[in-house]
Design a protein around this ligand. Structure first.
Ligand code: B12
Ligand code: SF4
Length: 449
């Protein structure tokens, strides 16, 4: 079969005031340019898992959310979905099906809303794709009428046997960054989290050699790629993390990842990270106000327990020349209108190199979605296009919806102004140490033991 893989590209936001703000603020423009064009790693994994005998092509939606004409020459189109763009994805699927092209949909959104997706797709996939996809493609090619394919009915994906994502399908496209995965999932369970944890698998680390193998494959495409690890929480296991960094060092790349604050506890790990090309870690601090963190992480109250160390931990990481992108969620239950000033103050005090502010977003399938719905606080249920992390679609507990919106603009204007960017970053450059190479071999032995 001719199989098209369709990624819904670009960033999304609907609130017109916020969009206007995003177009003018240097901090937002900077980050937007950097990430807006990342390719879909999920689809590149599916491509790698496809059995020989099929022709594969990778597509991105065009700027206005439309699809390429060439997609209509495919027999089957696989679309990957997040909530914010699922309406656009359904519209494309409807058009393709009207033209006789079969459509398969998978990814985070349809995994939790399969019934809705069945109105638009011939085949709906739940969970991780690598094991279910090859069997489904063979069955579809043979004319099977099975419409729902659940990864839970197949052997679990073993991350020590993942193939190299088909980066080669991206050749000729102007990406400046690429994603590679080193781990899947996260050991924590935050009530708002809509990441890979939704795919319901435990936290898994890949063999370091396989990660290196994948980056070498990328380097055949771009000699010095900037790599974003598409992980939820990379450095849970510090010994494994050091081995990863040791092996990355020879590749001479620059990289970015998402991890939790405990990375600050291990200076040797931080040194290896810096040495191996780590430029930035993105950390979900969520709130400078401690009461809002209570119970947010449901397994061990991890975030509330770490709050007292936030300022120091950020300093320890940045002192190693690794910038921190601190993420805050605005509108958590304990937040009053004071939260905007508090985030601003904390960001300046901690000299956070980058700050990401988002509004609390009830993504389908999350505990917070069920709670807010139950409490009658969801403004427009099922308007998934508002799941952008920037659009407000619920009534906060300790402020009004309008206060949350206007407070977010107020904060964005200040945080991302040239003046504030410079103040936050000046301290980063002043306080960081030159990278030191760890000489102690004890931890290497520890890792191997
Ligand atoms: C890299 C990334 C991006 C990149 C690339 C997006 C892309 N096209 O893949 C960029 C920067 C462009 C991006 C943009 C956005 N993102 Co983003 N992004 C991520 C991140 C960090 C990693 C995604 C990833 O590569 N995962 C690894 C791959 C291997 O996993 P996967 O995609 O889930 O695919 C597997 C399965 O889902 C399944 N599968 C997926 N698709 C299909 C299709 C078929 C047919 C089948 C069979 C299987 C299948 O098989 C795959 C392999 O197992 C995640 C966080 C996370 N950890 O998930 C957030 C995340 C996905 N993003 C999120 C959001 C909100 C956005 C934006 C809406 C932000 C905005 N305001 O614009 C946009 C919209 C995305 C878009 N245009 O489609 C949310 C989505 C939540 C949700 N449920 O919808 C996440 C989870 C972050 C978060 N915690 O809130 N994002
Ligand atoms: S620590 Fe991050 S990735 Fe892990 S569950 Fe919480 S929000 Fe999700």
């Amino acid at each position: 079969m001719k199989i098209g893989l369709l990624a819904m590209s670009g960033l999304r936001a609907h609130d017109p005031d916020l969009v206007a703000l995003g177009l003018t603020l240097p901090g937002i423009i900077e980050r937007g340019k950097v990430i807006a064009t990342l390719p879909s790693l999920g689809l590149l994994y599916l491509a790698a898992a496809t059995l020989p005998g099929h022709e594969l092509r990778y597509f991105e939606t065009i700027e206005d959310g439309a699809e390429s004409r060439e997609l209509y020459q495919c027999d089957l189109v696989a679309i990957s979905t997040f909530s914010a763009q699922v309406g656009e994805a359904y519209a494309i699927a409807d058009r393709l099906r009207q033209a006789g092209v079969k459509v398969a949909m998978g990814g985070l959104h349809v995994t939790v809303q399969p019934d809705e997706a069945l109105d638009h797709a011939d085949y709906v996939f739940l969970g991780e794709g690598e094991n279910v996809w090859p069997a489904a493609v063979s069955a579809i090619a043979a004319g099977s009428s099975q419409r729902v394919w659940n990864a839970a009915d197949f052997p679990a994906v073993e991350v020590n046997r993942l193939p190299i994502p088909r980066y080669d399908l991206l050749a000729g496209r102007p990406y400046n960054r690429f994603t590679v995965q080193t781990t899947r999932g996260c050991p924590w369970r935050c009530d708002f989290c809509a990441s890979n944890v939704m795919l319901r698998q435990p936290y898994r680390k890949r063999p370091v050699e396989d990660v290196v193998r994948d980056i070498r494959a990328l380097k055949r495409l771009r000699r010095h790629p900037f790599v974003e690890f598409a992980d939820d929480n990379t450095f849970v296991d510090k010994a494994w993390g050091k081995e990863l960094c040791r092996q990355l060092t020879s590749l001479r790349i620059h990289w970015f990842t998402e991890t939790d604050i405990s990375v600050a506890d291990d200076p040797e790990l931080l040194q290896w990270m810096r040495k191996s090309g780590c430029r930035q870690v993105l950390i979900g601090l969520e709130s400078p106000e401690p009461r809002a963190l209570e119970g947010l992480e449901m397994r061990a109250n991890f975030k509330a327990r770490r709050w007292a160390d936030y300022l120091d931990a950020v300093r320890r990481i940045q002192a190693h020349g690794i910038s921190v992108n601190g993420c805050f969620i605005l509108g958590l239950d304990w937040h009053t209108p004071d939260i905007f000033q508090e985030v601003l103050d904390f960001s300046l005090r901690a000299s956070l190199y980058d700050v990401q502010i988002t509004v609390l977003t009830p993504f389908p399938g999350t505990p917070i979605y069920d709670r807010i719905l139950r409490q009658g606080r969801l403004l427009e249920p099922r308007r998934w296009e508002l799941c952008t992390l920037f659009d407000v679609n619920y009534v906060p507990k300790n402020m009004t919806t309008e206060e949350l919106r206007s407070g977010t603009y107020w904060l964005a204007e200040r945080l991302y102004s040239s003046d504030c960017l410079e103040r936050r970053r000046r301290s980063f450059f002043e306080e960081r140490d030159p990278p030191k190479l760890p000489t102690n071999s004890a931890s290497r032995q520890g890792f191997l033991a």
